[in-house]
Design a protein around this ligand. Structure first.
Ligand SMILES: [Zn+2]
Length: 164
């Protein structure tokens, strides 16, 4: 910790503690160091008055009477990013990437049957048409009906393509 004699633009002098000189510079630049008298945030390091007991010195008398040393609490450093949130973001990013890959795989290898998916899937399940990989949409009711009939299918989140 280091103590600085500070002076606001109105000429008030006060003392404040900082972790180091850089911390003062950063906090002052961010407007986090306020004058305890007037709240002015334009503070600068006052010239270090020599700590000599020379009360009769003209410069000392010209200077404003020292106010009580004000304890300006050092501002909190910015909270570190929540590691759990960062991990979640990373996982979500990975999941999105995989889902896009799945979409590409499906589009490359399966026939798009649109809203006829339920009919096509059931028909193949019953052996009425040759089995082939298809994809398309179902309503909730159709999906439920397929499940009841034991038709294998998977519902996958269909992400927009990265290229729009
Ligand atoms: Zn002031």
């Amino acid at each position: 910790m280091i103590v600085f004699d500070l002076r606001c633009s109105a000429g008030h002098r006060f003392e404040a503690w900082f972790r180091d000189s850089d911390t003062f510079t950063a906090q002052a630049a961010a407007g986090e160091v306020g004058c305890p008298v007037c709240g002015d945030q334009k503070v600068e390091k006052a010239l270090m008055a020599p700590r000599l007991n020379l009360r009769s010195h003209a410069r000392d008398e010209a200077a404003p009477a020292p106010t009580a040393a004000a304890e300006v609490p050092p501002a909190q450093p910015p909270a570190p990013a929540d590691p759990a949130a960062e991990r979640l973001m990373a996982v979500q990013g990975e999941v999105m990437k995989r889902l896009r890959e799945i979409r590409r795989e499906v589009e490359a290898n399966c026939d798009f049957v649109g809203d006829r998916f339920a009919d096509e899937a059931r028909s193949m399940h019953l052996g009425e048409t040759p089995a082939r990989p298809i994809y398309g949409q179902t309503t909730e009711a159709e999906a439920e009906s397929l499940r009841e009939d034991g038709v294998p299918f998977a519902a996958i989140p269909w992400l927009p393509r990265e290229d729009g």
